[in-house]
Design a protein around this ligand. Sequence first.
Ligand SMILES: [Mg+2]
Length: 226
Amino acid sequence: MIVAFDADDTLWHNEDKFQETHREFEALLAPWAEAAAVEEQLTSVQRTNLPRYGFGAKSFMLSMMETALDISDHEAPPETLREIIRLGQAILDRPTQLLEGVPEVLASLSNFTLMMITKGDLYAQLSSIEKSGLADHFWRIDVVAHKDAATYAEVLERHDVPIERFVMVGNSVKSDVLPVLELGGRSVHVPYHVTWTLETAEDDHGQEFPTLERLADLPELLESWS
Ligand SMILES: [Mg+2]
């Protein structure tokens, strides 16, 4: 069995820092608008920019800048824009903080072939992977721009992995679970305590898949499948 892991919010913390930055950004724009209005505009700007910039902190910085100009009707001073740059850089500079028990779980899965499939900004992701110290656990590591069925199919074909033997493990129903089920593979959902608005799966997807409370429960589940 080939077991692939998502990285952000599956192996290491990510969204918590973004959420914290949202709160700081709202406070920064408080002279011009209520927090809810700032959040609504930021989400709208990010949705529009996603196809342009892709995922990650650099894209987030650009969307915060644009939102600040929108919300303040171009009155936001250079100091505000400087502070937005600082907020984005603080996300990029944060050390990779592993989720609890991750190295132990990966070490206990040495009977399986492990992959990492993570999406986002290539440079930032490679940097996080290096800082994580986890790279040696994985047979293959792929950084992709999107996580849809076509992308998974391409990655599996490139590494000659049959879908029947493939299991994807991740925190996102939309990106890690549903596309792999669509291809006929298996997925395991391990939720993180917060999910980004644009990463939330909409509607009842009518699919069944195992959800684990902790990654530490994964080895037992995989043993039962093999
Ligand atoms: Mg994730």
